[in-house]
Every structure is written in C-alpha cells, then in structure tokens.
Design a protein around this ligand. Structure first.
Ligand code: LLP
Length: 464
C-alpha cells in the first residue's frame, strides 16, 4: 500500500499544494486534492484558510485538527450543484455525519442546504442541536436501541430500517405513521478494504434481496410504516464509477418490485462511498463526474422501466470533509536504527488517527515550518502510544526535522476525530475552523479533568 511515487513538488517548490488556477479554487474537486483548497505557502511556512499553521498551534496547542471552511463548503456545493445539473428530478445530498459529527460541522452542512445521515442517538442529538430540520435527517443503524427508535419517532426524522426486528418493533411502538426507508443489500462488489465494504451479499447491513417479496408485503400491510423509499450503500473509499452506476439500476429494479407490491416509493438513496486522494497515486473521480454517472444511470433505468423519476438522495461523508482538514503535530524524539530506519515521533498518533493501524491507511505529511526545504529524508512517523503498531506514516519523505518542528498530516477530516479514542488516557485534540485569516475553536481540547469526569471511586477505595 505504500506509494513509491515521490511527492509532487509544485512550481513554488512546495509539496502538495492544490492544483489551482490563479483566480479560483472552486472548480477543483476537493476529493482530488491532497491539501485543503486554501493551502498556500509564505516563505517556508504553510497557511490554511489564510492562517499560519505555526501560529494556530501556538494559540490552540498541539496536536490540532485544522478544518478549512472553504474546502468543506466547496465540496457541499459541488455535490448539490452536480445533482441539479445532471438530474431532472428532485435531489437531496445528506452528509454522512459518522465521518465527523460535531456541532460546527453539522451547522456548516446545514447552511449549505444539505441534510444529514446519523447512526446513533447522539449523532441525532448533535444534528438537532445544530438546527438541522428532522425532514432532512435520516437515521441509519443495524441495531438501533428501543430508546433510539423512540427518539427518532419523537423528532420525526426518517428511519432507515435495516432488519426485521426493527420493522416489528416499529409496528409495536408507533402510534402514527413513521417515515421510513428500507435498506437493502444490493449484491454489488467493489474494490476497497474489506472492513469498509457493505454492498456484497455477505454483509451485516440491510435486508437480503431474496426476502424482498416478503418484506414489501409486510410493509404494505402495516399503515404505520410510511415507506418513502429504498436505500443501499456499497462501501467507502471507492474509485471505480461502475459499481455506483450499477447500483442505480439495481435500486430502480427494487423500486419497481415495491411499486408492484403496493408501496408508493418516491425516493432512492444511493449511499455514499466516493473516494478521496490520500496519496499522489490515488486517482478518484471528481464529485461532478461521480454524480453525473449516478444520475445518468438512474435516468436511463427509469426510462427503460417507463417510471417517473424518484427523488434521489446521496449520502457522502469522506468526499465532503476528508481533504478539508489537516492535523498538526509537534515533532519530538527521533530514533535511528542503523541501516534500517529512522523513527520520528510526534505528540499524537493512533488515538487521534486510528486509520493507519485499523485499515493500513497511507497518509502524506509536510513540515509546516520547512515548506521550501528539499525532501532529503525518508523516515517513519511514529505516534506516542504504547503500541509498536502506532505508526502514522511509513517511509515519509520529509526535509530534515528537529524537535519542535510541525508535522502536518493531510486529509484527516474523515473518520479521524470521529474514531478518536483516549488510549493511554491521551486527551483528544482541539479543532479549529479556519476562514479568511480567522480561526475559531470548534472542539475544545480535552483536559485531564475531562477524562476523570466519568470515573467513580467507590467510598471503600478512597484515601482516608
Ligand atoms: N452511508 C452509509 C450507510 C454508510 O455506512 C457510510 C459509511 C456512508 C454513507 C458514507 O460513506 P463515505 O462517503 O464516507 O465513504 N471508518 C472507515 C469508513 C467507514 C464507512 C462507514 N460507512 C474509514 O475510516 O475508512
């Protein structure tokens, strides 16, 4: 998985700057860029959103998640605009908030007109607190608790029903029609890590396609189940376009069957999954081209079946937010194992970015205070956790570094903060939102006291 391609050095001599025209960054598809769209270099120093990364770390501490407002908004707008451009029917883009759920991110996607996909009571609570209207909230999950079902019903969001138990529970507890969509397993394979593949038949998510008849009969015979539509999601970090285009066709077939069973299906949700560029050898399609492919396939399938166009929903997570964020760390100790490798340690690691240890994900990094210096070193970037596998980047190409230098890992907006832990009782980093030279705190850094808040020392163990 380690790329051997050397980092791209731009005309300015700096690594990984966005491919931009002089005037505009908005035409660039954020998911195809290693850096946030606003990244630039002044002298030797990296700026994001017009803010000097070194100054941000001085003000807000290290490690620090730095989220670029413009990159996130551009991705939201590109999804929205592409559906309007390529789909003659109604459309809605919903942000898969499992990628990064917090009030500020939810408020940004709300202000861009997107809806939101949540998978837990707490993600639902966050979306509601950020002011997202329940009509634009879709609640997923393969084992929602009774409490979560009740919370969903109480707020009026749409439940993405995943299995028989959930259907039967809804029939028991609902006193009025509940808006639902049915999650189906489409039986589509795609090439991505096995842990993040969901559309193949042997998946824990969704109803098996062999049970469609039984499922549609059950739903159509219970008036509390107000079935608005059908959903499928085939996986994440996908570069091929064909699987999602095939999915559009499969969903239209399912829709026809549901209609025949007497269900008035008005919406199809094609899931998320578009990949992003983590390294220079990653080559995902643009947001515009991905949406075009899905829409064309959906329109063609509806025309072939001679049915009206349903409302189309897509629920991207990673491709909306990953490249909008970088994580800044401070470099500390170094260890050289003669003729083998040099470890450069940073002040974070698997607790703030568990993706390398979980999925063997590959990341790129730059040194934010040495942006113009030649990449003369190949080092292994090690986290600070008590675990040999806590390696963030193998064979990172960097300039020579010293303790106190700032290592910035790119494209950390998706599934980093949201999967962060307190392993070794390390407090989670702060996050700031940067925009036009201003930085605002969006997540406070955890303190030791925060970590002790849930601890209870029984009276029998207290010091006398
Ligand atoms: N919809 C559903 C039903 C999903 O399960 C997911 C992701 C998405 C949408 C959004 O997919 P995206 O556009 O982000 O690819 N933790 C893993 C990724 C797990 C994805 C889970 N589901 C990682 O860090 O790669």
């Amino acid at each position: 998985m380690v790329s051997t391609t050397p980092p791209r050095v731009s005309n300015s001599g700096c690594q990984y700057l966005p491919d931009r025209t002089p005037q505009s960054t908005t035409a660039l598809s954020p998911n195809q860029q290693l850096m946030p769209l606003t990244a630039d270099v002044i002298g030797d120093r990296l700026r994001i959103g017009g803010c000097d990364v070194g100054e941000l770390v001085q003000q807000f501490g290290s490690p620090l998640y730095i989220l670029d407002d413009q990159t996130l908004r551009t991705a939201c707008q590109q999804y929205r605009d592409a559906f309007v451009k390529y789909y003659p029917g109604e459309s809605l883009v919903i942000y898969a908030s499992k990628a990064w759920s917090c009030l500020a991110v939810a408020a940004i996607v709300r202000s861009e007109g997107l809806g939101i996909d949540v998978v837990s009571g707490a993600e639902l609570h966050t979306a509601l607190q950020a002011g997202i209207t329940p009509e634009k909230i879709y609640f997923h999950g393969n084992n929602k608790s009774l409490q979560e079902l009740e919370e969903a019903i109480a707020c009026g969001c749409t439940l993405m029903v995943d299995n028989w138990l959930e259907l039967e529970t809804l029939v028991k507890i609902a006193t009025q029609p509940v808006p639902i969509m049915l999650r189906l397993t489409p039986g589509i394979e795609c090439h991505t890590h096995e842990y993040i593949r969901t559309g193949h038949l042997d998946s824990k998510f969704g109803f098996d396609p062999t049970q469609l008849e039984e499922l549609f009969t059950f739903v159509s015979s219970h008036s509390v189940l107000n079935c608005l539509g059908l959903h499928a999601h085939i996986g994440s970090q996908i570069f091929e376009q064909q699987p999602h285009q095939d999915l559009a066709g499969v969903l239209v077939d399912f829709l026809t069957k549901a209609t025949q069973a007497g269900i008035n299906v008005q919406q199809l949700n094609v899931g998320g999954g578009l990949g992003i560029r983590y390294t220079e050898s990653d080559d995902p399609p643009s947001i515009d081209s991905w949406v075009a492919g899905v829409c064309q396939s959906l329109v063609a399938a509806c025309q072939a079946q001679n049915i009206p166009l349903p409302k189309v929903i897509s629920e991207p997570g990673r491709s909306l937010i990953a490249s909008a964020c970088v994580t800044a760390y401070t470099i500390g100790s170094t260890k050289t194992v003669p003729s083998l490798r040099t470890y450069v340690a940073i002040d974070g690691g698997m607790s703030d970015n568990p993706r390398p240890i979980t999925y063997q994900s590959v990341y790129r990094a730059v040194v934010a205070n040495k942006m113009q210096q030649p990449l003369s070193e190949t080092v292994t970037v090690a986290g600070k956790h008590c675990e040999s596998g806590d390696i963030l980047i193998k064979n990172a190409q960097l300039p020579p570094t010293n303790p106190g230098d700032l290592l910035v890992v790119l494209a950390t907006g998706a599934y980093n903060y949201s999967m962060a832990s307190n392993y070794n009782r390390i407090p989670r980093p702060a996050a700031v939102l940067v925009k036009a030279g201003q930085a605002e705190l969006i997540l406070q850094r955890e303190t030791y006291q925060d970590l002790l808040r849930q601890d209870v020392l029984p009276a029998s163990l207290q010091l006398t």
